[in-house]
Each structure stands twice: as structure tokens, then as C-alpha cells.
Ligand binder design. Structure first.
Ligand SMILES: Nc1nc2c(c(=O)[nH]1)N[C@H]1C(S)=C(S)[C@@H](COP(=O)(O)OP(=O)(O)OC[C@H]3O[C@@H](n4cnc5c(=O)[nH]c(N)nc54)[C@H](O)[C@@H]3O)O[C@H]1N2
Ligand SMILES: Nc1nc2c(c(=O)[nH]1)N[C@H]1C(S)=C(S)[C@@H](COP(=O)(O)OP(=O)(O)OC[C@H]3O[C@@H](n4cnc5c(=O)[nH]c(N)nc54)[C@H](O)[C@@H]3O)O[C@H]1N2
Ligand code: SF4
Ligand SMILES: [Mo]
Length: 747
């Protein structure tokens, strides 16, 4: 029977987290049976793509974990009860800390596309253990962008595609991957308006490229020549916004000097795109009143990725596209997790730490060594690094070399299969949950989704898991909680006062604030939102830093009061609230460099630019093709849904190949081929597609995961069985997954 009540929640399959409403049904009332976009959600406004209709495959997957597990000596797992699990995990991690130092306990993950509260609670466990190094998926995609952004303007930026007249996407296919709210609606609006232009840089004729006015079908891996040619045209044809640059930027002369002599024609040829088309695109960009642009994995997981983040920023900075409606802006997220490089380096590889994250590609190197500072234990939470990081085999080997691996997940992921202890968490529909991927402008929003129903017996939300771990580690307990619980009964004001004095004012407790909030304020919150308690601390911080934005959203008063009002609205508004209202005029004053100006001339990047003169490397012997390992398609969502049947289309996870390359090999759609890289090889079905250019093959992301009862057919192959950790960016270590040298043989 289906319950006709529509319950608000969110889709968890990509970072947009569109608000949706669901009806529950099935024998136990726990199946997600009907879906619609939630019109009350401030960002998605009723929009949803085809994927949330299949969310029951996540919620009721056959590989959901049901109890804590401990690895036996023979490698198999045995169920244990929670008390045993928490006690033993705490003891083993405490022993590693005492013998080798807390900084040898590495933390990976903290949240996927829809769940960022685990990472917030894990701060307490990490504090209790003295764990200092951590990473997440962001350190294999976004850290180059963060680092460059931080140096050029001291902040992150996003773009207002809804109001732009020229939209530029570089290595990004928003039709499928979204990343901007209501992507398909906005793309169609731009495409169908003759006064607006859509420019796409992608080696494939993607769904987005098919809508474009100008498709720059770059040779895979050759974007650096293409984007420098675009900047070259902007400089050489003087399409710069001199007035804007004179008041808001420094370093223009060095940049103009570097690009004045770029051989545009030669660079276009190297990029495989006609010079006339590149000039047309550059003129459209230079002439735009309002340009909005975005780069993503096509360049961020590719050769020259950090240089490309720099070149891409030059494109819109030189043309003055910041701080006006329809251009770029500096958002006010609830949590700012985008910042630059720290002075500290990773302990073994001495790799740069950007935004607090160790580059994913060095993690295995930091374990598989006899260096005294090597990591000895790892906590993996809401992430699947054995599948998602370069070189899965090496990652497995690294996990096997550790003293203790603890995985906190909902399903028996590839990473959980390598754990010593697996701690099963409530799913994202069985607890209060939220993400911090909110960067809208001028109105920014936040949604705390209440759970749809309690978790089954045996599963705990991460907030509870971390509270129990910290308590078992002996760093916090009833005596700390009691006065705060008492204050909570007297209302918000007295709680806030007591919290400031006892927790924030006490160095022993301040690092444990998340779980103190959960234990003492959580119980006062509306049913099903208890895990939102940590947001109270974040609301305080936001109120201290962004009082004006908060007040414009209706939450005014001194910081404590404004934060209290905002938090109250969050826990009582299940479809999400607008918590920050900005003005376009504020954007330029948010540039946080030392002199408040855009820094255009990054010396190391201009040196990198110079190196392009030598031209692209030749393909290595025996690998004539370029493999993009990890394309977003209609039914892919990282490894969030593991049952291959969830995919309505593309169930076999085929390798896309151009008709010419397929013809030369004598294969057609459905045939199986052997895909070979220097690291390994695998057999996969082929899809011959005229969206592909000759020499380029492409595999979907997130496939080839184990699933019970599928007869061993994983539905596609796991891309990182074929990738290597050393193929990475020289600056921030992001992988080159989009241009892996490869060859294809008949199977
Ligand atoms: N359906 C779906 N949506 C998702 C996800 C998902 O798993 N499934 N994942 C989410 C996540 S975690 C992320 S980070 C985003 C990523 O979103 P995108 O970056 O848009 O995703 P991809 O398809 O990996 O890569 C984008 C494009 O890069 C192109 N590309 C490959 N090689 C090159 C190259 O050399 N140069 C250029 N210019 N382009 C190249 C590919 O053809 C592809 O169209 O998507 C999010 N949205
Ligand atoms: N070759 C190649 N590799 C790639 C990419 C690529 O394009 N090519 N893309 C990369 C990108 S951009 C990303 S973002 C990463 C993603 O890779 P990861 O960040 O490792 O994440 P996911 O695959 O999303 O795995 C999320 C895990 O969280 C679990 N989970 C779901 N809900 C919950 C919950 O409520 N609590 C807990 N504790 N766990 C939960 C799921 O079962 C799953 O195991 O992959 C990257 N890897
Ligand atoms: S765009 Fe992303 S969050 Fe929105 S419905 Fe589609 S997969 Fe879900
Ligand atoms: Mo990602």
C-alpha cells in the first residue's frame, strides 16, 4: 500500500541535491515508491532529472549492511554487537595513537553527494585521536581550482548561468552531470534564445555540446593549447575590459606580455580545433555583456589541470566578468571548505595540502613505505576510495598494510570489503542529513532533510557512532553534558550562553563541539532532525562572519540571536530555507587577497604556459588511443547505487568509440573488446558512437561494483583498475583520468 502523504527530502545522486517529495509504500512502508520535484525547495524549485525515480535501489539495496562486522583471521567477516565494535575500534585506534602518534591515523571521506554531516561529526573522533591528516574526493578533482582561486582572489567563485548572455563550459557536461541548479531548463533557455550563446569545450559531442552555438571539439588532453589560444586572441585583439582591470586587478602587464606572442594558429592546430572557430568563440567571450563559465572534470582530471584552472580564470577576469548579474560571484556558503595551500605538507610524500586535503594520488605512497611517519590506520567514511581513487589494486594493497581500517558505510562497498571493522550507518533517508554544496547567489539556501523513518534495529547515524567512539576514547562524557542538558531545558538563550562558556571557552571541549551539541541540544530538536544539532555551531560561525547577508534573509540581531533564528528556521523547514541574501555590489569587496585586487600574474603558471611551446607529448608506444576513464551518463551516480539494475539505460557500462576506430578494429556495438592500459586490462562491451572523435574512447564512472545476486556480472568495469597513481598533476596531484593512454584489442 502506498501512503498518499508526500514527504519532503532530497535526491542524493549528485551535488545539486534537488528537493524532492516521496511517497512511501511496500509491505513495510519503507519503500520509496513515488517521486516528484519539490516546488518549495529554494534552489531546485520543482526540478528533478530522471535519476531520483530509482532511489529505492539505494534505500532498499540487497547489500545494505545490517550489523557491525569484524574481520576474522581467514579474511571473512563476523557480525558483532555495537558495544563490542565501539570498544574494539576505540582500543585499536588508541593503541595506534599511543605507539605511533595520532597523526598516523588518516581520515578519508566524510560525505558523498548528499551527506556532509558525517564529516562534521568526525571532527570529534579525529580530535580525540589526534588525527591530523585527511582527504576526500575533492582532492582528486577540485584542489587545483581551489589553489588557483585562493591565490588569484582569495576565495571561490561560481557563475550565474541563468542570467548570462554567453555561457562557457570547459570539460563539463551539465546536461548529465548538472552541478548547476535546474541545469537542463537553463541550458535549453540559453540554446533557444538567439541573443544568447552557448560555448562548449569537449572532445565528445555531448548532449550539452549538441545544444551549443559553438562546440570546440578539442583533442583530448590538449585544452591547455586551446584555452591559451583563447586568452591569446583576447589579448592580441584587445578584447579586455580595461576599465574593470584598472580598478580591480594587478599584474596585467605580465599577463599581456606572456600572451601577446602566443601563436594562436599553431596552438589551435595542436588542440585540433579550427582557428576561425576559436577566434569566433573568443570574440563572443570578449564581446559578452555577461559571461558565465565553468570548468569541470574534463580539464580538472587531466593534463595541465592546474594551469587550466588559471587560464580559465584569466578568460573571465580579463573580460571583467565578475560581480555583475549573469557573471561570476563569490558566494556565502554555510561552511567554507574552499581555501588555499597550508604550510604543512603531507608527512611522507611532502605533497601540498590544499583546502586541508592530502592529494588522493599520494595516499597509497604514504602507506606503502617504511618511512617512520607513514599512516598506520585509516577511517573511511561515506566514501569508496578502493573504487574511486587511481589504481584500485595499489589502494587495496595499501589498506592491507595498515594496522587498522575502519569503514563507516551503508553498503558492503569495495572499501568496506578491505576493512578490519565495518560500522553500518543509517541511510540518508533514515537520519537527518544535509550537504554543504550550497553556492547559489544572490540568495543562498540550506536544507536539513528530516529522516523519512527511523533506521532499522542495528544501524546508527554517524553522529551517534562518533559520539560513542569519542566517549569510549574517554575524552568526553556525562559530566560534560549534564550542565548543558540542564541549560537546554531553559531555552535557547541559556543554552547558547552555557555552550559558549563551557564548550567554546574550553580548549579540551571546543574540538568536540559537534558531539556535545548532538548529545545535549540534539534531543530538543524536532523528531528526525537530531543529527542537525551540529548546524547550530556552524550557524554561529556564519552569523559572526556574514551578519548582513543573514539579516537580509530575515535573521537579524546580534550574532547569537541571528544564528538562533536561522537554526530554528532550518530545523523547522524540511524543504529548505534561504539563509543568505546578497547584493551583486558586494561581490568585489569580497576579494580576499592582501590588497583586495585580483592577482592576474601567477609566476609559476606563466612559466607553465611557456612550456606549452614545446607541444604535446607523443602517445606512448603501444597506446595510440586516449581513454577518458569515468564519464557521467544518464544512470551513473558514483558508487552510491550498487545494483546494476538501477540503470534504465547503459546497463552494460559500454566503452564508447568512434565509428572509424571501431571499423578499423572490426567491432560493432555490443561486441566485447579488451581495453589495455599500462596498469592492467579488462574486457568491456563497445558502443560505437558518432559523438566520439577518432582516437578517443570513453568509459562511464562508478561502474563495475560488486552486488549480491547478479551472477558475477558487475555491469561494466571499474575504471580505476586501469589507472595509475603517478599520472597526476605536478602541482596539486590531481589525477589524469580523462587522458589515460590506452589501446583496444578484439576480445
Ligand atoms: N549522472 C551523474 N551526474 C553526476 C555524477 C555522476 O556520477 N553521475 N557525479 C557528480 C560529480 S561527483 C561530479 S565531480 C560531476 C562531474 O561532472 P562533469 O565534469 O561534467 O563529468 P564528466 O562526464 O566526468 O566529464 C565532463 C566531460 O569532460 C569531457 N572530457 C574528457 N576528456 C576531455 C578533455 O581532454 N578535454 C575536455 N575539455 N573535456 C574532456 C568528457 O567528454 C565529458 O563530457 O558530476 C556530478 N554529477
Ligand atoms: N577514474 C575515475 N575515478 C573517479 C572519477 C572519474 O571521473 N574517473 N570521479 C571521481 C569523483 S569526481 C568523485 S566525487 C569520486 C566519488 O567517489 P567517493 O567519494 O569515494 O564516493 P562514492 O562513490 O560516491 O561513494 C560513496 C560511499 O558512501 C556510501 N554511502 C551512501 N550513503 C551513505 C550514508 O548515509 N552514510 C555513510 N557512511 N555512507 C554512505 C556509499 O555506499 C558509497 O560506498 O569518484 C572519483 N573517481
Ligand atoms: S540533478 Fe542531481 S540531485 Fe537533481 S534530481 Fe538529478 S541526480 Fe538528483
Ligand atoms: Mo566529484
Amino acid at each position: 500500500m502506498t501512503d498518499p502523504e508526500w514527504k519532503p527530502t532530497a535526491c542524493i545522486l549528485c551535488e545539486c541535491n534537488c528537493g524532492i517529495e516521496v511517497q512511501l509504500g511496500g509491505d513495510d512502508g519503507r519503500r520509496l515508491v513515488k517521486f516528484r520535484g519539490d516546488k518549495r525547495h529554494p534552489a531546485s524549485q520543482g526540478y528533478a532529472c530522471e535519476k531520483p525515480h530509482r532511489l529505492d535501489f539505494y534505500q532498499n539495496g540487497k547489500d545494505r549492511l545490517t550489523t557491525p562486522l569484524r574481520r576474522r583471521k581467514d579474511g571473512s567477516f563476523e557480525p558483532i554487537d555495537w558495544d563490542t565494535a565501539i570498544r574494539e575500534v576505540a582500543e585499536r585506534l588508541a593503541r595506534v595513537r599511543d605507539e605511533h602518534g595520532g597523526d598516523t591515523i588518516f581520515y578519508y571521506g566524510g560525505g558523498g553527494q548528499g551527506n556532509h554531516l558525517p564529516g562534521a561529526y568526525a571532527t570529534a573522533t579525529r580530535k580525540a585521536l589526534g588525527s591530523r591528516y585527511r582527504s576526500s574526493a575533492l582532492a582528486q578533482e577540485k584542489t587545483g581550482e581551489f589553489w588557483i582561486s585562493d591565490r588569484m582572489l582569495g576565495s571561490m567563485t561560481r557563475a550565474d548561468f541563468e542570467h548570462c548572455d554567453v555561457a562557457l563550459f570547459v570539460g563539463k557536461n551539465p546536461w548529465h552531470s548538472h552541478s548547476i541548479a535546474r541545469a537542463r531548463v537553463i541550458l535549453k533557455q540559453i540554446a533557444h534564445d538567439p541573443k544568447r550563446k552557448l560555448i562548449v569545450v569537449d572532445p565528445r559531442k555531448t548532449e550539452t555540446a549538441a545544444l551549443a552555438d559553438i562546440h570546440l571539439q578539442v583533442r583530448p588532453g590538449a585544452d591547455a593549447w586551446l584555452v591559451s589560444a583563447i586568452v591569446g586572441v583576447l589579448v592580441q585583439e584587445d578584447l579586455l575590459d580595461h576599465e574593470f582591470l584598472a580598478s580591480h586587478a594587478t599584474g596585467l602587464d605580465a599577463v599581456v606580455g606572456a600572451f601577446r606572442s602566443i601563436p594562436v594558429g599553431q596552438y589551435c592546430e595542436r588542440a585540433g580545433v579550427e582557428e576561425d572557430l576559436v577566434r569566433e568563440a573568443a570574440r563572443a567571450i570578449g564581446g559578452a555583456e555577461r559571461l558565465a563559465s565553468m570548468e569541470d572534470l574534463g580539464v580538472q582530471m587531466n593534463r595541465h589541470s592546474t594551469l587550466l584552472s588559471y587560464l580559465h580564470r584569466l578568460v573571465w577576469m580579463l573580460t571583467g566578468n565578475l560581480g555583475k548579474k549573469g557573471t561570476h560571484y563569490i558566494p556565502t556558503p554555510l561552511v567554507n571548505f574552499v581555501y588555499g595551500a597550508s604550510k604543512r605538507k603531507s608527512p611522507v610524500a611532502e605533497a601540498p595540502i590544499v583546502s586541508g586535503l592530502v592529494p588522493c594520488n599520494v595516499i597509497a605512497d604514504e602507506i606503502l613505505t617504511d618511512h617512520p611517519k607513514r599512516y598506520r590506520a585509516m577511517i573511511i567514511e561515506a566514501a569508496n576510495p578502493v573504487h574511486s581513487l587511481a589504481d584500485s589494486k595499489r589502494m587495496r594493497e595499501a589498506l592491507a598494510a595498515l594496522d587498522t581500517v575502519v569503514v563507516i558505510d551503508v553498503a558492503m562497498s569495495e572499501s568496506a570489503q578491505c576493512a578490519d571493522y565495518v560500522l553500518p550507518s543509517a541511510s540518508q533517508f533514515e537520519k537527518g542529513e544535509a550537504t554543504f554544496f550550497n553556492f547559489e547567489f544572490p540568495k543562498n539556501y540550506f536544507q536539513l532533510r528530516p529522516r523519512l523513518y527511523p533506521p532499522p534495529e542495528g544501524l546508527l547515524p554517524e553522529a551517534e557512532i562518533h559520539a560513542r567512539l569519542a566517549e569510549a576514547l574517554g575524552v568526553v562524557g556525562e559530566e560534560d553534558y549534564a550542565p548543558l542538558r540542564e541549560a537546554a531545558t531553559k531555552g535557547f538563550d541559556s543554552y547558547a550562553q552555557e555552550f559558549m562558556a563551557r564548550v567554546l571557552g574550553d580548549p579540551r571541549l571546543s574540538g568536540l563541539a559537534a558531539i556535545v551539541l548532538y548529545r545535549t541540544y540534539g534531543p530538543t530538536l524536532p523528531e528526525g532532525t537530531e543529527e542537525g544539532a551540529v548546524l547550530l555551531g556552524l550557524a554561529f560561525q556564519f552569523a559572526m562572519e556574514n551578519a548582513a547577508s543573514l539579516a537580509r534573509a530575515g535573521f537579524d540581531g546580534p550574532p547569537g540571536e541571528a544564528a538562533g533564528k536561522m537554526f530554528d528556521a532550518i530545523v523547522k523547514t524540511p524543504s529548505g530555507i534561504v539563509f543568505s541574501v546578497d547584493e551583486w555590489g558586494d561581490v568585489l569587496s569580497r576579494i580576499k587577497t592582501d590588497d583586495g585586487k585580483l592577482h592576474l600574474d601567477l609566476e609559476d603558471m606563466l612559466l607553465e604556459l611557456k612550456k606549452l611551446e614545446a607541444g604535446p607529448d607523443a602517445a606512448p608506444d603501444g597506446f595510440p588511443l586516449v581513454l577518458s576513464a569515468g564519464e557521467r551518463r544518464s544512470f551513473t551516480a558514483n558508487t552510491i547505487i550498487r545494483n546494476p539494475e538501477w540503470r534504465r539505460r547503459g546497463a552494460d557500462g559500454a566503452l564508447r568509440m568512434s565509428p572509424g576506430d571501431a571499423g578499423a578494429l572490426g567491432v560493432s556495438t555490443g561486441d566485447r573488446v579488451r581495453l589495455v592500459t599500462k596498469r592492467d586490462n579488462a574486457v568491456v562491451a563497445v558502443e560505437v558512437s558518432d559523438t566520439m572523435q577518432a582516437g578517443h574512447v570513453s568509459l562511464p564512472n562508478g561502474l563495475g561494483v560488486t552486488y549480491p545476486e547478479n551472477g558475477g556480472d558487475l555491469g561494466g568495469i571499474a575504471p580505476n583498475e586501469l589507472t595509475a597513481t603517478e599520472d597526476r598533476d605536478p602541482f596539486v596531484g590531481t589525477p589524469w583520468h580523462k587522458s589515460v593512454p590506452a589501446r583496444v584489442e578484439r576480445a
